[in-house]
Design a protein around this ligand. Structure first.
Ligand code: ADP
Ligand code: ADP
Length: 226
């Protein structure tokens, strides 16, 4: 079955710019999928719509069979979202940011604390739990965003340029973490403009340019034949 199904998705921004020109996309449950393309292609807009951060102009989106228009709350529960911009309150302590997100999903206090510990440990942030978020390095902030997105253990994780501005060592450890998460059954979709990132992580990719899907298929097949 499909984790994500997008059909004829269109986005016209308020200034009249047509960012998505009828996108069709299907991602299977359990896949590790990349939306690959240059800056400005429409990657953030597409996944922003799926994440309820951007309104669509036309088309249909289904997440694990739930319709974005009529079943938005169910869609949100299936998703963990890691936006490109840091959007946590940087004056808060690391652990409070995660616990609050758990509250947003209605997790009981005890479970919220357990999950917070689990994911801060997994992302190597447990030692920083009492640190103000603004004092973390860029790579740590990125990992904080991932821990926050996982606290309700979503079926699908969506990451927008997860390793942008992250140094090579941290990037590799993030890749390892994401591979493990996928191996345990979480469907992962990320956007990237790094060919190498898509190649080393993703089973399937869609290549997007100027608001249209140019190609979609197995990473190996698509990236070898250029
Ligand atoms: P990508 O993620 O591939 O870099 P985006 O989805 O961010 O691309 O942007 C796609 C296009 O839409 C770009 O040309 C961008 O300038 C434009 N765009 C993005 N956000 C807005 C906005 N709020 N208003 C107008 N145009 C926008
Ligand atoms: P509401 O509409 O209930 O006020 P929002 O949609 O504004 O909630 O989201 C509240 C916070 O939760 C924001 O920081 C937002 O980025 C975050 N958020 C919303 N949906 C998700 C999600 N599926 N996964 C992770 N964070 C989310």
């Amino acid at each position: 079955s499909n984790a994500l199904e997008i059909s004829q998705l269109e986005k016209v921004y308020e200034n009249g710019f047509r960012a998505l020109k009828g996108i069709d996309l299907a991602v299977q449950e359990g896949d590790f999928f990349a939306l690959l393309g240059p800056n400005g292609a429409g990657k953030s807009t597409s996944l922003g719509i799926v994440s309820s951060l951007v309104n669509k102009s036309a088309g249909n989106v289904k997440v694990f069979g739930y319709d974005l228009d009529t079943q938005r709350e169910q869609v949100k529960r299936c998703l963990g979202i890691v936006p490109q911009e840091f959007n946590f309150n940087s004056f808060e302590k690391v652990e409070d940011i995660i616990i609050q997100q758990a509250g947003y999903y209605g997790l009981p206090r005890k479970l919220a604390k357990e999950r917070t510990e689990k994911y801060l440990k997994k992302l190597d942030l447990w030692d920083k739990r009492s640190t103000q978020a603004q004092r973390l390095s860029g790579g740590m902030k990125r990992r904080l965003m991932i821990a926050r997105a996982l606290v309700h253990e979503p079926k699908m994780l969506i990451l927008d340029e997860p390793t942008a501005g992250v140094d090579i060592e941290i990037r590799r450890s993030m890749w390892t973490f994401l591979k493990e998460l996928n191996a345990q059954g979480t469907t992962i979709i990320l956007t990237t403009h790094y060919l190498e990132e898509a190649e080393s992580l993703c089973r399937n990719i869609a290549i997007i340019g100027q608001g249209s899907i140019i190609a979609q298929g197995r990473t190996k097949e698509l990236l070898k034949e250029k």
